[in-house]
Every structure is written in structure tokens, then in C-alpha cells.
Design a protein. Structure first.
Lengths: 229, 795
């Protein structure tokens, strides 16, 4: 589904150049659940951003489905991104001024889905995430776990092929974290490809495969059986 | 989608109450000022536009040229209009109008009317003044007929039908019949009148309207045929004058050149006098002020929005990550600004409507009474949308350009991007503020100067009573004056034909030049009695004033002012003494030169003036009284007046008040500028308040750390205000030449004006600094006095 060849990312400030990604070669197949692990600053999030078409690489190739996307413009990336990739962030990133329902509805608005269909889809996904009763609340009125469930609902509402999760349990206690991971697992089992950045070996245990990064390189790749703790 | 945008916009407005309040209040005040000024400017520019034939109507004006001067008059003599009409086929019609005062008597009621027009019956053919009763052809055809406006008819005759009713004029000597009724003359007419008396009346009362080519006093308007070329017609006028009075002009060495002025230029741009006159300079100034005030409000918005942009950064990131294009986000943020500006628009329209009555009062005329009837709402909406776009576009572009990768990390803080712009905009605001403060100071300084400048005559404690309508004044003036002098509290009384600040006649005069030739010119004229010079404390520079002991003083003597001396080429006042004059049938010699005194507004330089004794022409009597006796004296003089003019109406005023009345328009202008300056300062302060409160919030942690490290409250205050003081210093540098230039344009209208003092700019700068410091201090104090433990914990 996605494939990178010698992917590079260099950040340039006035004085120094920092190489965040240093020739990443990896592939994620449709329906896979891949966890990316590694110490702070190893390039996990940078990789996830590029995979999510939020950022362009400095070099190398990135094939998303059949598209070579590494040199695409912001607008082209946005076009491709919408509807095909969902994001789940550590800090939830819900819009405070919108209700639960409206937050989840947002991707559908940009996809120009008609109102009645939107309502159906949002309600279904809210029910699935068990958060329907909170549909008219604002994010700040919810617990962290609930907020992340809303974020996941928003990520899946447009039925994307792939979900990218950046430390989805990082701001949650263990009970809520477990719940969120189970949700992601369910989504994966239902066919959604999942790429997740995490610090937590436990969370990584939910993945089929773990990619370990260090200093912007892939150092090891473990498949589940070898890794599971 | 739009619904989603509006929803989030509305929720943001409600959530950020303080900033929303600042923005909406700012935009509302800015727009309200702009709307009011817009209506004012539009009204001023609309003068005479209601005439259907406005593009074909021209005013005939005259340049009177003598070897010594050029007078640019707005009037012609009576025969000119009808003769132009007769000689040139492209002239469809002509009308002569004479605006005057009149005392109207109906039964026992007396009315002083100062808006009376005497006009030809063609008035209604040329102009679109609406006749309700009577016909354009007949209403003014006969002598002793008049057309009244509705309000005047109602005042005179109540609800009765005015047609055929009569009233008396000229102290009951003339009876006028109402032959027409017209709608009131619109406020935006440069010809202000409440009634029209037929021109035939003047003729019947002894005025020679067909022969008196040299007697100026008529406004003349022409209606040209469709397609006729006014410039071509104007070129033919010198030959026309030559053919009619060429030899007279040559003989008198006084030449008349006629010009045509488009009707639409008469009120606003003509340099010649008019009964009602606009000022294009003021229009420019007010338009600039309106734009400035609106810009201040817009800048407040831009500054606050860009400073606070980071608050919306995460939303931008989220929206982009779920598929929003940058253009969609730009559109979204523009929508928010538009919403805000439309909100302000609604408030502004309501506020403008509420403020219309006081604004009319301030402007001195009824600009409008119902904003919805002015046809300007569409324009206002356009302005509101333009403001929304102007204020919104930059913040929207900044916001929508945020990279989701950067802003979604959560550790995003604002860069220095936009800081330079914000500083620039703050400087710009202060430039406007300083220009306005300096402008107000200069306007008031000039007005103060006008009032306090030595005019060359005594204007205090001079009571004036108009003795118009005394039969045979020549025989009675001495007795009247004697009786007035006997009233207790009167220390002086003098008759004249005119008094400073009021209209005076001018006369065709011949005066001997240095080389012995007689020079003809049109010179202003005061007829005075023996005490006038003494009582007005006018200095005699050479020769002597009139004296009752000299029998010939009342028949063969003339005083002139310094301006006459220099205009005739004499270098010293003494040189003109004993020279001959010939004026209005009187011949004699010049016996004295008086120092120039400002008998007209200080907007004009003192022009040549001759003074003679001519009791027949006496009307106003100037009476010197002490303030404490004023009431008694007025009562005493009224009794005398009533004995001599039983059918008249007693009128009095004080010279100083009356003279300053000439500056009423300038005071009004000053008040308007002051009002708008205060609003501009308020708006700029409001913006600063918002900006500083935001900066203080952003720097809370820094302030905390500095305090922990030992900084005092004063240190913190200094830290935060230094930036702004620097900006004000830059603003002062920019504002000084700008304000100087703008105010110089305004001052140019005054012949006597102040030199703009340097300290005005410094003072304006100081006011700006004080305002900025006060604003900074209030906000900073709160932060600086907070326990650092608390401010550090919140980070």
C-alpha cells in the first residue's frame, strides 16, 4: 500500500542542518498494523508526517498506492489525503469550539458529503466508539479517553484506507489507553491499514510488525511473534 | 460548510469576549464615523444636483479690472443677463436673482426675513424649484407679486390658502400679493430663500434694470440649449461687452470680463463668494479623517488577529490534516472577519441613525434625518464588506499558511513573523493619532488667534442697533443720536452705513494718483458720522478725522485706509492728503488716512476702504455701553427706536459676538475635527490595550522569571513600554511633516494666520506617549505585581 525508497528529511535552520530521516526503506501492505518505535528524536513523528502526506521528504521516493507523492504540492497532497488517511494524535487535537458531533463531521464536510449522509455516518461512528451520548458536548467537557475516542471517530468517519496514529495513548491512563488500543485493533481487523508511532512496548504488541528507528534509520524490523512480550 | 464556518466564528466571538469586544467596538466606532462623514461629504457634493437642467445651467460672474486691482465678483449688473439671452441664440433663458433681507408685516405681526429672493419669472423654467400652486409663467410676471415656500406660507397664514393673500414690505409701504406656492428650497441649494418677489417689483420701485450696466448686484444664471458649448459662448462675451459698454469701460478705465461657471462648481469649487459656500479643503480633510479612523479600527483588528493567530494554529493543523485546502481555510477566516464586520455594520447603522440629530447640529445643517432614506445603505454595506476583507485578508493568509506538521506538535509558539508588520501598523496608528492631535491643536490655536488678534478697532462693549426704516434720516440722525447719548449708561453713540463684520457697499470711485491722473476703481465704502473713528478707536495715521467744526467735511472730505494709499502707488500716507476724489457724485479732497482695520473676517486681507459723511445712508448705530448697563441701555434705546420707527422691528447685537460669527463655520470645523480626533485616539488606545494585554499574557513566564531574578515592578514596566515609546518616536518623525503640510493647507484660507509652532508636534507626541504609557502600565502592572510563583506555575 505504501512504500518508501531511501527516504530523507533534512531540517535546515540558520546555523545547522539536522538530518531527521536518513534513507528509510519500508513498506506497509494493505490491512497491516505497523508500529514504529524508537527513542525520542529518532525521526518517528517526522516519518509519520511524511507517510501522512502532511510533509514532503527532502529526498528519496514515497509511493502511496500507485502515486509517487514525494514531490507533490501542498494542494495535491491535501487532495490525496482527504478521505484516504485518518489521523490520531497524542494530544487529540480536537477543535475546542466545535462539539463532538461537529468535530467528527469535519472530514466529511471537506469531502462535500451531503448533510443527511453526514449525519448517518457520524452517528454510526459515534455509536461504534460508544460516545453517542456525548455528541453535543464540547471537547473540554470530556475525559481524556473520551476525547481520544472522538479523535478516532473523526479519523475513521470518512472510512479511510489507512490510519496514522502518533502515540495515541500517550496522554491517557492505562485503562483508557487499553480501550483506545482495542478500538484501533478492531478497526484494523475490519480492514483499515494502521501505522502507529509509540513509545510503549505494550501498545506495540497490538501491531503485526514493529519498525525500530534510531537516528533516522531503520535498525530492526520485528514481526509480532518474535517481539511479543 | 459555510454553516460550520459561521458556527465556529460565532463561538470564537463569544469565547474571546474581551478581544471580540475590542474588535467590534473598534469597527463599530470606525464605521459609524465613516458613515456619518460619508453622508456629510455626499451631502456637500450633492449641492444643486436636484436641478433637472443642472448640466446646462451656468452662473455669469464678472472680473472687474482696474489698473490697481482685480475683483472677482459673483454678481453682474441687471442688464447683462437679458442682453446675453437676446444676443445669443444658444441661451435658452436667463434669470436674475437678488438675495436680500426684508421686514415683512402682516397685520400687527412683523417678521425679519433674511432669505428673500427677488427674481425674474424665468426662475422656475431654469431651476427645478417645485411650484405647487401658480404657474411658472405667471407667478412672478407682475410687479408686487410673490411666491412663498410652504413653510413660510404656513408661518404667515396658517392653514388658510395663501394664494391671493397679501403682506406688506418696506415698513408697510409696499403690498405684495401671493401668486404662487412652492416646496421649501432643499437644504442642498446654494441659493437659500423662503420667498421670491417678482423682479418687476424692483423695477416698479424705481430701480433701473435695463440701463444700469455699471451697477452690480444681480446674480445671473443662464440656461443653455442642449448641446450648446459654454466655452465657446464665454469666448464671445468680451465682444458682447465691448458692443454694449465698450466706450464706458474705456472712459472709466474699468473693464468687465464675464465668465461662465458651471452650476455644479458654484457651491464647492468656485473661488468667488456665494450666499452659501462649501469648502473642498474641508471635504478632503473629512474624507481623509474618515479613512484614517476606519484604518485605525482595521489595524486594531489586524494586529490583534495576527498576534493571536497561534491560538487558532491547532485548528488550522487539524483542518488541514482532515483534508482542508489552504484556500478553504483562507476563505473560512475571511468569513469570520466578514461576520464580525457585518455585525459592526448593523451596530454602526443603528448608531449613525441615533447620532444623526447631534451630527446635524454639529455640521450646522440637516444632512439627513433618516439614514434609510439617504440611499447610502448600499454604500455602507460595501464599505463594511471592504473593511472586513481588508482587515481579514492578512490574518487569514497568515493563519491558513500554518504547516500542520509544525502546529500539531503542540509546542508551537509564534515566530517573529508578523512582528515587524504589527510594529509598522502601530507606528501608522500613532502617526494618524499624532496628526489629528496636532491638527486639533493648530485649529484651536488659529481660532484663538482670530478672536484675540488686534483688529485695529475696538469691538468690545459696542452695542449695535439697526435704525433701518427711519424716514428722512438726514434730518433726524443727530436728534436720535443725542437722545441715545442721554440714556443712562451710554458713553458713546455713532451712526454709520456699515459696521465691521457686516456687509458694506462699494462704490465706483475716482481718486487722484501720484502722477495727477484720476484712477477709477470699485472701492469699499463706509458712510460714518463724526464720532465713528473716535468711538471705534481707529488710529489716524496722517491728516485728521472728520470734525463737525469743518463745514466742508460733510460734503467734500474723504478718509481712506492704508490699503488705498498703497493700491494707488503712494509710499507714505501723508502723500495722499489733499488729493482729489470723485465718488458717487461727490467731489472733494482726502483729508486723512486711517490705519488698516479688519472690517471683514481675518480670512481676508484688509482691502481698500473709503469713508465719508453721508447721513442719508446711516442705518446701524454703534453704542458704547458697559456690560452692567447693557440691559437698561437696550430698553432705553428700544423706546427711542419705537418712536422713530413705529412699524419697525427692534434689532440689536454686540459687535464682538457678531464679528466672531464669521468664524462659526471654522469653529464647527474645529469641533468636528476635535470629535473625530478624540474618537481616533480612543480607537488607537483600544487597539493598544488589546495588543498589550495579549503581549503581557504571552510574556507572563518571562515576567515571572525576571521577578524571581530580582526585577522590580518598575523594571518590568520599563521593559514593556520601551518598545512602544520607540514606536511613538518614529511615528512622531513621520507625523510632524504630514501634519504640518495638512494644516498648512487649511491655514492657507486665512489671510491672517499663525505660524505653526514647533511645540505643537512635541505636545501631540507627548499626549501620544502619555496615552500609550497609561495603557501599557495598566496592563503591565497587573502582570508585574502577580506573584511569580503563580505565573510560573501556569506555564
Amino acid at each position: 500500500m505504501i512504500r518508501t525508497v531511501n527516504l530523507q528529511k533534512i531540517f535546515t535552520t540558520e546555523e545547522i542542518e539536522t538530518s531527521a530521516l536518513n534513507g528509510i526503506n519500508m513498506e506497509v501492505k494493505e490491512g497491516e498494523f505497523v508500529a514504529i518505535m524508537g527513542p525520542s528524536g529518532c525521526g518517528k513523528s517526522t516519518l509519520l508526517n511524511i507517510l501522512g502526506l502532511l510533509d514532503n521528504p527532502s529526498g528519496g521516493e514515497y509511493h502511496f498506492w500507485d502515486h509517487e507523492v514525494a514531490r507533490m504540492s501542498e494542494r495535491q497532497r491535501a487532495q490525496l489525503r482527504k478521505g484516504s488517511i485518518g489521523f490520531v494524535f497524542q494530544s487529540f487535537n480536537l477543535i475546542d469550539e466545535l462539539t463532538v458531533f461537529e468535530n467528527v463531521e469535519l472530514p466529511l464536510l471537506y469531502l462535500k458529503v451531503p448533510a443527511s449522509e453526514r449525519k448517518d455516518k457520524v452517528e454510526k461512528v459515534l455509536e461504534r466508539m460508544n460516545i453517542m451520548h456525548r455528541r453535543n458536548h464540547f471537547p473540554q467537557q470530556l475525559s481524556g479517553g473520551q476525547q481520544q475516542r472522538v479523535a478516532i471517530a473523526r479519523a475513521v468517519v470518512a472510512n479511510p484506507k489507512m490510519i496514522l496514529a502518533d502515540e495515541p495513548t500517550g496522554n491517557l491512563d492505562s485503562t483508557n489507553g487499553e480501550e483506545v488500543m482495542k478500538l484501533l485493533q478492531e478497526l484494523n481487523e475490519a480492514g483499515t491499514t494502521m501505522v502507529m508511532v509509540t513509545h510503549s512496548p505494550y501498545d506495540a504488541g497490538f501491531a503485526h510488525r514493529v519498525v525500530n528507528l534510531f537516528d533516522g534509520r531503520v535498525v530492526t524490523e520485528n514481526i509480532k511473534e518474535q517481539f511479543h512480550v | 460548510m459555510i454553516k460550520n464556518y459561521l458556527k465556529i466564528a460565532w463561538r470564537n466571538i463569544r469565547k474571546q469576549k474581551f478581544y471580540s469586544f475590542i474588535n467590534i467596538l473598534g469597527l463599530t466606532i470606525g464605521m459609524t464615523c465613516c458613515f456619518l462623514i460619508f453622508m456629510y461629504v455626499r451631502f456637500e457634493l450633492s449641492y444643486d444636483s436636484f436641478h433637472k437642467n443642472k448640466d446646462r445651467i451656468y452662473r455669469v460672474v464678472t472680473d472687474v479690472k482696474t489698473p490697481t486691482e482685480l475683483i472677482e465678483a459673483d454678481i453682474t449688473s441687471a442688464p447683462m443677463g437679458p442682453n446675453i439671452k437676446a444676443d445669443f441664440p444658444e441661451v435658452v433663458s436667463s434669470v436674475r436673482i437678488n438675495l436680500q433681507n426684508a421686514l415683512v408685516t402682516i397685520g400687527s405681526n412683523k417678521y425679519d426675513e433674511d432669505r428673500v429672493a427677488m427674481a425674474d419669472s424665468t426662475l422656475f423654467d431654469i431651476f427645478s424649484f417645485q411650484l405647487i400652486r401658480g404657474t411658472a409663467k405667471n407667478a412672478l410676471a407682475e410687479p408686487f407679486t410673490a411666491v412663498l415656500t410652504e413653510s413660510k406660507a404656513k408661518k404667515y397664514f396658517g392653514s388658510a390658502d395663501p394664494m391671493g393673500k397679501t403682506f406688506q414690505m418696506d415698513g408697510g409701504k409696499v403690498t405684495i400679493k401671493v401668486t404662487g406656492l412652492m416646496k421649501d428650497v432643499p437644504e442642498n441649494s446654494h441659493l437659500p430663500f423662503d420667498m421670491v418677489i417678482s423682479m418687476a417689483t424692483a423695477e416698479r420701485m424705481g430701480q433701473n434694470l435695463t440701463e444700469s450696466w455699471g451697477n452690480f448686484g444681480m446674480l445671473t444664471y443662464l440656461l443653455l440649449a442642449p448641446g450648446a458649448d459654454a466655452a465657446k459662448l464665454e469666448k464671445k462675451l468680451p465682444a458682447f461687452m465691448e458692443s454694449h459698454i465698450g466706450s464706458t469701460m474705456k472712459r472709466n478705465n474699468m473693464y468687465y470680463t464675464l465668465h461662465l461657471e458651471r452650476l455644479k462648481d458654484v457651491y464647492m469649487t468656485s473661488k468667488r463668494p456665494a450666499a452659501v459656500k462649501g469648502s473642498i479643503t474641508n471635504i478632503y480633510i473629512f474624507s481623509i479623517v474618515a479613512v484614517f479612523i476606519l484604518l485605525i479600527a482595521v489595524i486594531n483588528f489586524v494586529n490583534l488577529a495576527t498576534a493571536r493567530a497561534t491560538e487558532r494554529a491547532r485548528e488550522v493543523g487539524v483542518r488541514k490534516s482532515v483534508g482542508a485546502y489552504e484556500s478553504q481555510l483562507t476563505f473560512q477566516f475571511l468569513c469570520e472577519t466578514l461576520l464580525l464586520s457585518l455585525f459592526a455594520f448593523v451596530l454602526s447603522v443603528a448608531l449613525s441613525q441615533l447620532l444623526l440629530p447631534p451630527f446635524n447640529l454639529l455640521a450646522g445643517k440637516e444632512i439627513a434625518y433618516n439614514i434609510f432614506l439617504t440611499g447610502t445603505i448600499g454604500w455602507f454595506l460595501f464599505i463594511a464588506i471592504a473593511v472586513g476583507l481588508l482587515a481579514g485578508i492578512y490574518p487569514a493568509l497568515v493563519l491558513s499558511s500554518y504547516k500542520p506538521v509544525v502546529v500539531l506538535k503542540g509546542a508551537f509558539s509564534s515566530s517573529n513573523k508578523g512582528l515587524f508588520l504589527r510594529r509598522g501598523l502601530v507606528v501608522f496608528q500613532f502617526v494618524i493619532t499624532i496628526v489629528l492631535i496636532a491638527g486639533v491643536m493648530i485649529v484651536y490655536y488659529q481660532l484663538l488667534y482670530l478672536q484675540s488678534r488686534d483688529l485695529g478697532f475696538k469691538k468690545d462693549q459696542q452695542l449695535v442697533v439697526e435704525f433701518g426704516g427711519v424716514d428722512n434720516m438726514k434730518e433726524k440722525w443727530f436728534d436720535i443720536r443725542q437722545q441715545v447719548l442721554n440714556v443712562q449708561g451710554v458713553s458713546g453713540a455713532t451712526f454709520s452705513s456699515a459696521i465691521p463684520g457686516r456687509f458694506q457697499n462699494s462704490a465706483y470711485s475716482n481718486i487722484e494718483m501720484k502722477n495727477g491722473e484720476m484712477q477709477a476703481s470699485n472701492i469699499n465704502l463706509y458712510f460714518i458720522d463724526y464720532d465713528f473713528i473716535k468711538q471705534y478707536e481707529i488710529k489716524v495715521l496722517a491728516g485728521r478725522a472728520f470734525s463737525p467744526q469743518m463745514a466742508t467735511d460733510s460734503t467734500q472730505a474723504m478718509l481712506v485706509n492704508e490699503a488705498v494709499v498703497s493700491s494707488l502707488g503712494y509710499s507714505k500716507p501723508e502723500e495722499i492728503i489733499g488729493k482729489k476724489f470723485d465718488q458717487w457724485g461727490r467731489k472733494g479732497t482726502i483729508i486723512g488716512v486711517i490705519k488698516n482695520f479688519n472690517y471683514r473676517s481675518l480670512k481676508e486681507a484688509v482691502s481698500p476702504l473709503t469713508l465719508r459723511i453721508e447721513p442719508e445712508a446711516f442705518v446701524p448705530m454703534t453704542i458704547t455701553v458697559s456690560p452692567k448697563d447693557a440691559k437698561k441701555v437696550i430698553a432705553g434705546v428700544e423706546a427711542i427706536y419705537n418712536r422713530y420707527v413705529p412699524e419697525g422691528r427692534f434689532n440689536y447685537f454686540f459687535v464682538d459676538d457678531d464679528f466672531d460669527r464669521q468664524y462659526r463655520g471654522d469653529f464647527r470645523f474645529g469641533q468636528l475635527v476635535l470629535t473625530f480626533a478624540i474618537l481616533a485616539i480612543f480607537l488607537a488606545t483600544l487597539g493598544l490595550l488589546g495588543l498589550i494585554s495579549y503581549i503581557v499574557i504571552q510574556r507572563t513566564k518571562e515576567i515571572g522569571i525576571r521577578k524571581v531574578l530580582g526585577a522590580s515592578v518598575n523594571n518590568i514596566l520599563l521593559l514593556l513600554s520601551t518598545d512602544f515609546i520607540k514606536l511613538i518616536a518614529i511615528a512622531l518623525l513621520v507625523a510632524t511633516p504630514l501634519a504640518w503640510y495638512l494644516m498648512y493647507q487649511w491655514l492657507k484660507d486665512f489671510a491672517y494666520r499663525i505660524d505653526v509652532p514647533w511645540w505643537v508636534f512635541l505636545a501631540a507626541g507627548c499626549v501620544a506617549v502619555v496615552i500609550a504609557l497609561a495603557t501599557v502600565s495598566i496592563q503591565t502592572m497587573k502582570a508585574a505585581m502577580t506573584n511569580p510563583v503563580k505565573s510560573l506555575r501556569t506555564e
